[in-house]
Design a protein around this ligand. Structure first.
Ligand code: NAP
Length: 310
C-alpha cells in the first residue's frame, strides 16, 4: 500500500526536499506519495519542523510516525501525541557543521585571536599560545554532536573531557556522568562547550554554583540551547571575571531581544543560532530510511525517549 507522507517543514524547504526525498524513497523501494497537503486522516508520516504549518496533531488519526527535521526536539515533544513514534534529526551534515563551528570558536579562544588579531592597539607583547595538548576543553553532552565535536578537538591534541547522562567510553576523551562527574569535568575546563538537549533535567546546568567550579577566567561556548545557562548567573560570573568570555549561539528568547545585556557585554559574543543546521541531502537520506524501516516493521533510527524529552 502507498504510504502518504506529508511534508510539514518550512514552506521554502519544499522545493529542495521534494526531489531529494522522492529520489531517496524510490532508491529504497518505498511506495510513497509525498505532498504538502493531504486530508489529515489519510496521512501516514509527517516530516516535521515547528516552523512548518502543522501545530495540532489531533486530526491525524492514522499517523505511523513523526520525523523531526530538527535535532533539538523540546518544542516537538509536547505537541506530538505520546503514542506516535517521534524521531529526531541525526544528520552527518548537521554533525559536520557543528563540529566545524565548535572547533573554530574553540581555536579562537585557544589561540587568543581577539588579543593577537583584533586587539593589538599598537602593543607588542610577544607570547605564543600554549599547544592544544596543554589546554583542557570539556564538552557537556556526548550525543551525536557532542561526541563528534569532542573527537575533532581530541584529534587536534586538546585534553578533552565530556559529560553525559549515561557513562560513555570514548577513546581519547575522559568521560564522566552523574552529579559528581559534572563537578570533575567542570573543575578542569578552561573552555566549556554545551551540547546538551533542552529538558527539565538540563535547565540551568551552568548556574552560579557550577560556574564557580570552573577555573577562573574559563570560557563558555553554547551552541546547545539557551535554558542550559542561568543568564543572570552568567552575567554575574562575567562581571566578576570567574568566566572570562562567553560565545552564545542560542537563547531563551530568539531572536535575542535588542535590550538584552548580552548584546552590549564586552565579554560576550552573540551569534544568531547559526552553529549548524540540517543539511537537506543527508537529512533526506535519514528521513527516507526511517519511512522504509517503519513500512518494513523495523525499529526506527533516532527515536526520541518521550520520558527523557530527547
Ligand atoms: P543527542 O544525541 O540527543 O545528545 C544529547 C547528549 O546530552 C547525550 O550525550 C545525553 O546523554 C546528554 N544528556 C541529556 N540529558 C542529560 C542530563 N540530564 N545530564 C547529562 N547529560 C545529559 O543530541 P545532539 O544531536 O548531540 O544535539 C544536542 C543539542 O544540540 C540538541 O538537543 C539541540 O538543542 C542542539 N543543536 C543546536 C544547533 C545550533 O545550530 N545551535 C543545531 C543542532 C542542534 P546520554 O548520551 O547518556 O543520552
Amino acid at each position: 500500500m502507498t504510504a502518504n507522507v506529508l511534508f510539514a517543514g518550512r514552506p521554502d524547504g519544499w522545493p529542495v526536499y521534494e526531489p531529494l526525498l522522492k529520489t531517496e524513497l524510490a532508491r529504497l523501494g518505498v511506495d510513497a506519495d509525498l505532498r504538502t497537503e493531504f486530508a489529515p486522516e489519510e496521512v501516514d508520516y509527517i516530516v516535521y519542523a515547528p516552523s512548518g504549518p502543522v501545530s495540532d496533531f489531533t486530526p491525524f488519526s492514522r499517523l505511523k510516525a513523526v520525523l523531526s527535521m530538527w535535532a533539538g526536539v523540546e518544542k516537538i515533544v509536547p505537541v506530538v501525541p505520546a503514542a506516535v513514534p517521534l524521531t529526531r534529526m541525526v544528520d552527518s551534515g548537521l554533525e559536520r557543521g557543528m563540529t566545524e563551528w565548535v572547533v573554530g570558536h574553540t581555536l579562537r579562544y585557544h589561540l587568543g585571536m581577539d588579543v593577537h588579531i583584533l586587539g593589538q592597539n599598537g602593543h607588542w607583547k610577544p607570547k605564543a599560545p600554549p599547544l592544544a595538548k596543554d589546554r583542557s576543553v570539556t564538552v557537556l553532552g556526548l550525543g551525536a554532536l557532542g561526541t563528534a565535536s569532542a573527537k575533532a578537538l581530541a584529534a587536534l591534541g586538546f585534553q578533552v573531557s565530556g559529560w553525559s547522562r549515561s557513562q560513555k567510553d570514548i577513546a581519547g576523551i575522559a568521560c564522566y556522568s552523574g552529579a559528581e562527574g559534572l563537578k570533575t569535568a567542570l573543575a578542569q575546563a578552561e573552555i566549556v562547550i554545551l551540547l546538551l538537549p533542552d529538558t527539565p533535567a538540563t535547565e540551568n546546568t551552568l548556574n552560579a554554583e557550577t560556574m564557580a567550579l570552573l577555573p577562573k577566567g574559563a570560557r563558555i561556548i553554547n551552541p546547545g540551547r539557551g535554558p542550559l545557562i542561568d543568564d543572570a548567573a552568567l552575567l554575574a560570573a562575567l562581571d566578576s571575571g570567574q568566566v572570562g568570555h562567553a560565545t552564545l549561539d542560542v537563547f531563551r528568547v530568539e531572536p535575542l531581544p535588542p535590550e538584552h545585556p548580552y548584546w552590549a557585554h564586552p565579554n560576550v559574543t552573540v551569534t544568531p543560532h547559526i552553529a549548524s543546521e540540517t543539511r537537506e541531502s543527508t537529512a533526506a537520506e535519514v528521513i527516507a530510511e526511517n519511512i522504509r524501516r517503519a513500512e518494513a516493521g523495523e525499529t526506527l533510527l533516532h527515536l526520541v525517549d518521550r520520558s527523557l524529552g530527547y
